[in-house]
Write a protein that binds this ligand. Structure first.
Ligand code: 13P
Ligand code: 13P
Ligand code: MG
Ligand code: MG
Length: 383
C-alpha cells in the first residue's frame, strides 16, 4: 500500500528563552491536529525537541498535500496564540508569512515527507534536531549510507552493495533551489567534497539503487533565505527508513556517537558538538549544545506503534558525557577562531555594523616596507 510519512515542525514559542515549549502549548497544538485533522491523517505522533514542536503524520494524500499543510499551519497558529497568552519567548517565531498559501514549505516550518510503498515490517526513524541546521545530518548520512567502516551492510547485503543515490541541495542564500544527484560508491569523493561544507550543501534525500525506493527525507529549508534576516536556526527534521534494502537501524544510529562540531547553539552563531539526546529533551548549556533526538517506529496500514526512544540507553549516556566535555572544551575559547561561525554565517547584523565602523577607523600607513614596494611594482625578489 502507498503511504505518506510527513513531519512538519515549527518553533512557535518556548519557556525561559529557547528551551522548550510549555505543556499547554504542546497540548493545544496536539488537540487542534487531532480535532481538525482527523479526516486527513491515519496516525499522529506529536513531540518536541528543544523548543521545536514536530507533527509526525501518516496518510495517503501524497507529499505536499495542501489540506494537511494548511491544517498543520493553523495548528501552529493556535499554538502561537497560547504562546502569547503565556508570555513564551519567540511566540510565532517560525511562522514567517502572514497567510497560508498552499504549502508550508518556504513559509518557516520545516518539512520532511516521503511517499513509500509500505513494506511488511516497515521500520523507520524520525529524527529531530534543535539549535543547528540541516547540514548537521550530512556526516551521519554519509557514514550510514556510503562508508563500509560504519555500515557492514554495504559489504554483506547484496542490495545495499549496489549503493545509493544522494540528492544534495545547494542552500546558499539568494539561490533558487539547485540540486545534484550523486551515486555511491562511484562518486563518494565528489559527495564528500560537497558534504564537508554543511552550511552550503545539504543532503535532501537518499534513494536505494537496488529498488529505486526512497530511504531518507531531510528538511532543507533555510529560514534566513526565506526571511532575509536572522530568525533562529532551521532545526531540521529527518525521516530514515531502515532494514532490508536500507541500512540497519544500528548502522543509521552508529554515526551519532561521533558528535561532530556543527553550526548552531548560542544565537545560532557557534560551532558545538551534536549531542544525541532522549525524546522530549530541552536545551541548556550555552543554548545548546545542538541536540538530536530519534524515535523509531514500525508501521502497518498507516498505524504507528509506540516510539522507541533510541538514544535512551546506557551507551548514549557515555557518549553524552564525552560530548559535554567536548562542548566545554570548545567554549573555553569563547569568541575566538573556530568557536564562532565565519562572518558569512553569523546570524546577527550587529557584528557587521561594528566591523563597518572599525573599518572606517583604519588608517593606511604612509610608508610601506621595501618588500611591499617591490611587490607593488611587480618586480621579482631574487634571493
Ligand atoms: P534576543 O531577542 O534577546 O536577542 O535573543 C535572540 C536569541 O535568543 C537568539 O539566540
Ligand atoms: P532556536 O532557533 O531554536 O529558536 O534558537 C535560537 C537561538 O539562537 C538560541 O540561542
Ligand atoms: Mg526558539
Ligand atoms: Mg529551535
Amino acid at each position: 500500500m502507498k503511504l505518506t510519512l510527513s513531519v512538519i515542525k515549527a518553533d512557535v514559542g518556548s519557556i525561559g528563552g529557547h528551551l522548550r515549549p510549555s505543556k499547554r502549548l504542546l497540548q493545544t497544538v496536539e488537540d487542534y491536529v487531532r480535532e481538525k485533522g482527523k479526516d486527513l491523517f491515519l496516525d499522529l505522533y506529536v513531540s518536541h525537541t528543544g523548543d521545536d514542536i514536530a507533527l509526525l503524520m501518516t496518510h495517503k494524500r501524497g507529499v505536499g498535500n495542501a489540506d494537511l499543510h494548511e491544517m498543520a499551519w493553523k495548528a501552529f497558529l493556535a499554538g502561537t496564540r497560547v504562546a502569547r497568552q503565556q508570555g513564551l519567548y519567540g511566540a510565532g517565531q517560525d511562522l514567517l508569512v502572514d497567510s497560508f498559501s498552499g504549502n508550508v514549505r518556504g513559509m518557516g516550518p520545516a518539512v520532511a515527507e516521503m511517499e513509500i510503498e509500505e513494506r511488511p515490517g516497515e521500520a523507520f526513524l524520525f529524527f529531530a534536531a534543535d539549535k543547528t541546521d540541516p547540514g548537521a545530518y550530512n556526516l551521519p548520512l554519509y557514514l550510514a549510507f556510503a562508508d563500509a567502516m560504519n555500515s557492514p551492510g554495504l559489504l554483506l547485503s547484496p542490495k545495499m552493495g549496489l549503493g545509493f543515490r544522494f540528492v544534495v541541495m545547494d542552500v546558499s542564500p539568494g539561490e533558487a533551489d539547485r540540486v545534484i544527484d550523486l551515486e555511491t560508491p562511484e562518486e563518494i569523493y565528489d559527495l564528500a567534497a560537497l558534504l564537508r561544507d554543511p552550511e552550503r550543501y545539504v543532503v535532501e534525500s537518499v534513494w536505494s539503487r537496488a529498488s529505486g525506493e526512497q530511504a531518507v527525507a531531510v528538511s532543507t529549508s533555510r529560514l534566513h533565505n526565506i526571511a532575509g534576516k536572522y530568525t533562529g536556526k532551521d532545526d531540521p527534521v529527518m525521516l530514515v527508513r531502515a532494514q532490508m534494502d536500507f541500512p540497519a537501524t544500528g548502522e543509521i544510529l552508529a554515526p551519532y556517537h561521533v558528535g561532530p562540531f556543527v553550526a548552531g547553539a548560542m544565537r545560532g552563531s557557534h560551532q558545538m558538538p551534536l549531542m544525541p539526546v532522549k525524546l522530549l529533551s530541552p536545551v541548556s548549556f550555552f543554548d545548546g549544545p545542538p541536540i538530536v533526538s530519534c524515535a523509531a517506529f514500525s508501521v502497518r496500514d498507516g498505524r504507528l506503534t509506540e516510539p522507541v526512544d533510541v538514544f535512551d540507553h546506557p551507551f548514549w549516556d557515555a557518549v553524552r558525557s564525552r560530548l559535554s566535555d567536548k562542548s566545554a572544551e570548545m567554549r573555553r575559547q569563547g569568541f575566538f577562531g573556530a568557536a564562532m561561525l565565519p562572518m558569512s554565517e553569523l546570524e546577527y547584523t550587529g557584528i557587521t555594523e561594528r566591523l563597518g565602523r572599525l573599518d572606517r577607523r583604519f588608517k593606511r600607513r604612509r610608508e610601506i616596507s621595501p618588500a611591499a614596494a617591490i611587490a607593488a611594482s611587480g618586480e621579482k625578489i631574487v634571493s
